[in-house]
Ligand binder design. Structure first.
Ligand SMILES: Nc1ncnc2c1ncn2[C@@H]1O[C@H](COP(=O)(O)OP(=O)(O)OP(=O)(O)O)[C@@H](O)[C@H]1O
Ligand SMILES: [Mg+2]
Length: 268
């Protein structure tokens, strides 16, 4: 039986390109015929719908707080890709009461098995719900840049996830690089530091070069594949997506999404 494969994307420092990367990977996977569910796990500050140029005033908060059906908030953003919007308004997923938690699990459970991939975008840093989301998925991707604080914060995130949340394998993407050799060098430096101090597996998914047009478009974000950007950016996204497709990561959660959400909101 085919289970949904779940992948999260996180970073120590904010603004390193997580949402840009994950939405473009979602697009690539859908073009390969995969059904993708995107969850904007940056609950309260979510902006994934903007990247797809879609308006929505609904979010996961409507399911949790107002008992809406998951289908009311599920937002198709392109053929093959549905989005669970994260919403705005600061709500901590950890403050939900047991009734609200149960609503959330039941709602998400109805989606299980309908998708090949669940891609979870997260807030940056080590907020508790970010740690839970990473602990719950099959595959954790961490984005780093050459900025020393991004490097150090990513190390801290991996340390906490490995020591307290049993995440033992991480895939790294280097963003804002000059070229692929700079990306590889950055990865090598980072993995050396991690291996020296932590007992975890680190592999390299690839790098994305800095693209001026992307930076300028910050306020009017669009999918990279749709823009006339340099082919090196498009190729780098494709390479990363292909590696994600090829990954032989073991599926940790034999019960699928129900298990994932149970872990996230702390209710079996
Ligand atoms: N390879 C790139 N080259 C240039 N700019 C990029 C690149 N990738 C992303 N950006 C830009 O960097 C900014 C931050 O990107 P994005 O919102 O994807 O980061 P994030 O990690 O999701 O941020 P946050 O931590 O706030 O959620 C955006 O303006 C985006 O267009
Ligand atoms: Mg983001």
């Amino acid at each position: 039986m085919q289970f949904t494969k779940s992948i999260s994307i996180s970073s120590g420092k904010g603004g390193v390109g997580k949402s840009t990367l994950i939405s473009n990977v979602a697009q690539y996977l859908s073009l390969q015929g995969k059904r993708v569910l995107l969850f904007d796990g940056d609950v309260g500050m979510g902006n994934l719908h903007i990247l797809f140029g879609v308006n929505t005033d609904k979010s996961i908060l409507n399911v949790i707080k107002e008992n809406d059906s998951i289908n009311d908030i599920l937002t198709p953003v392109m053929p093959g890709v549905d989005l669970i919007p994260g919403g705005s308004g600061l709500v901590d997923i950890n403050t939900l009461n047991p009734y609200e938690r149960r609503n959330l699990i039941d709602a998400i459970d109805h989606l299980a098995q309908k998708y090949d991939y669940l891609l979870v975008d997260t807030a940056p840093g080590i907020a508790e719900h970010v740690l839970y989301l990473n602990a719950a998925v099959d595959h954790t991707v961490i984005v780093i840049t050459s900025d020393p604080s991004s490097f150090a914060d990513a190390y801290a995130l991996i340390k906490i996830l490995s020591l307290y949340h049993k995440v033992k394998k991480f895939s790294i993407v280097c963003n804002f690089t000059k070229d692929s050799s700079e990306g590889l060098l950055l990865f090598k430096r980072f993995s050396e530091v991690v291996h020296r101090f932590l007992n975890v597996g680190i592999d390299y998914l690839g790098s994305v070069p800095f693209e001026n047009a992307l930076r300028k478009n910050g306020l009017h974000r669009r999918l990279i594949m749709k823009e006339r950007l340099s082919s090196s950016v498009i190729e780098s996204i494709q390479d990363i997506s292909v590696r994600i497709l090829d990954e032989r990561t073991e599926i940790k959660h034999s019960k699928g999404l129900q298990m994932l959400w149970s872990q996230v909101v702390g209710l079996a």
